[in-house]
Design a protein around this ligand. Structure first.
Ligand code: NI
Length: 180
């Protein structure tokens, strides 16, 4: 397994709409294992293939996102070619972060509940519902597959603030890397 590089905004790849997955082979499952290793190393609860530079409608979610503490120790959810089949009208504004904006947290409005249809790593279809953080995480990651990032959901003022913070963080990261 390998830890993959997570692309930081504004890498142009993050703006691409990803292609559907058509081959459910060992190479795909190896890629999923690498994504899982990457999400763990980066301490995230969700990761989209787009974020590691792969043109594929595939994302993984830590079961913590859907089940809270009950999800600890359970396998990650592998969500391929997802389709939203239902969204609640009720929405909640809550804190959101993203591994492509490390250290930036913004308030984003999302539906309270969502139901999706997807394929697993073997191509088998299933449906799953997310509520609260679960709905937020699912929709945030599906956005990535459509070239959408979290700052697209907030006001111009909030976006400018978030980008200022992001640039500052990225400069500090670059400096830290240079200093070894
Ligand atoms: Ni993200």
């Amino acid at each position: 397994m390998a830890v993959l590089e997570v692309l930081a905004y504004p890498n142009p790849f993050l703006r691409q709409r990803a292609q559907a997955v058509t081959e459910f082979d060992d190479a795909l499952r190896q890629f999923v294992a690498d994504m899982e290793e990457t999400m763990k190393a980066e301490d995230g609860i969700g990761l989209a293939a787009t974020q590691v530079g792969r043109d594929a409608r595939l994302l993984i979610l830590d079961p913590y996102a859907l089940e809270g503490d009950d999800g600890r120790g359970k396998p990650n959810l592998v969500i391929i070619n997802p389709e939203v089949v239902w969204e609640s009208e009720g929405r909640t504004t809550g804190e959101e972060g993203c591994l492509s904006f490390p250290g930036v947290f913004i308030q984003v409005s999302r539906p309270d509940k969502v139901r999706i249809r997807a394929l697993d790593a073997h191509g088998a279809p299933y449906e799953i519902e997310g509520e609260g953080l679960g709905a937020r995480a699912i929709l945030h990651e599906i956005d990535h597959l459509n070239g959408v990032v979290m700052i697209d959901h907030v006001s111009n003022l909030q976006r400018r603030r978030a980008l200022k913070k992001h640039e500052k963080n990225q400069k500090a990261l670059t400096k830290a890397r240079e200093e070894g």
